[in-house]
Ligand binder design. Structure first.
Ligand SMILES: Nc1ncnc2c1ncn2[C@@H]1O[C@H](COP(=O)(O)OP(=O)(O)OP(=O)(O)O)[C@@H](O)[C@H]1O
Ligand SMILES: Cc1cn([C@H]2C[C@H](O)[C@@H](COP(=O)(O)O)O2)c(=O)[nH]c1=O
Length: 210
């Protein structure tokens, strides 16, 4: 059964770029690799509704922390069978955002720590009730929040379809999300976490397959 690796980090941190680089290296080394990116925009109605809410639609939906978390969780629940099948067919399944995104963003929204109620709720809902597989490892792309926020800003400036959403425009939230992610990594939430500073992707690719 393939290894399940979740890549986490702030909006604009460079997760997608990192995942692309890792997949290229592992594929060139002869490994079979599958990728899932959450939220699954265009494939999941609940993911699309969450995104629309973050861009100002659906009334006061985005004000509800638990409703937003549930929409993202339902997207993943719908992908559970596909992830399990991919794990059977590949050496590595890499997830660009996963359950820890829900833990980090919603603890940050509620100004709770990792031992708070919402992190426990996300865990029980997604790993318990929905039966999502727990990653073997997490990677936290821990670039400085100012760097991630600047990347998200420039991306939006260069591409109208990537306009920043409510979370991306909220720099206090981004700082709190960064702090929660670092605590999740410190305590090894659900599995070991690798803190990656964005410097040496070859070394990271090796470390994750050792
Ligand atoms: N190492 C890097 N150096 C400079 N720019 C980068 C680096 N990695 C990514 N970027 C740029 O930063 C922006 C955000 O990158 P990317 O889309 O990979 O981030 P992300 O973490 O997946 O974002 P999101 O979660 O918001 O979708 C992009 O414009 C990308 O080209
Ligand atoms: C998967 C997931 C995402 N979020 C947050 C993180 C982002 O700010 C937005 C949208 O994600 P994207 O990567 O910028 O497209 O939603 C979340 O709160 N919970 C989740 O499970």
């Amino acid at each position: 059964m393939g290894q399940l690796i979740a890549v986490e980090g702030l909006d604009g941190a460079g997760k997608n770029t990192l995942v692309t680089g890792l997949v290229e290296r592992w594929t060139n080394a002869g490994m079979r690799v599958a990728t899932f990116t959450f939220p699954r925009y265009g494939r999941s109605t609940t993911a699309d509704i969450a995104s629309e809410a973050l861009h100002g639609s659906h009334g006061d939906l985005r004000d509800s922390v638990y409703a937003m978390a549930l929409l993202f969780a339902l997207d993943r629940a719908d992908a559970a069978a596909e992830i399990l099948a991919a794990r059977g067919d590949n050496d590595i399944v890499i997830l660009d955002r996963y359950v820890a995104s829900n833990a980090a963003y919603n603890a940050a929204r509620l100004e709770q720590d990792v031992d708070g109620e919402v992190v426990r709720w996300v865990h029980d809902l997604e790993y318990g009730r929905f039966g999502l597989p727990v990653p073997d490892r997490h990677v936290l792309l821990g670039v400085r929040p100012e760097v991630a926020m600047e990347r998200a800003r420039s991306r939006a400036a260069g591409d109208a379809s990537r306009a920043r959403d409510a979370y991306e425009r909220d720099s206090d939230l981004q700082l709190r999300v960064d702090a929660v992610y670092r605590r999740l990594a410190e305590i090894g939430w659900t599995s070991p976490w690798h803190l990656y500073d964005g410097e040496d992707i070859d070394a990271l690719a090796d470390r994750l397959t050792r």
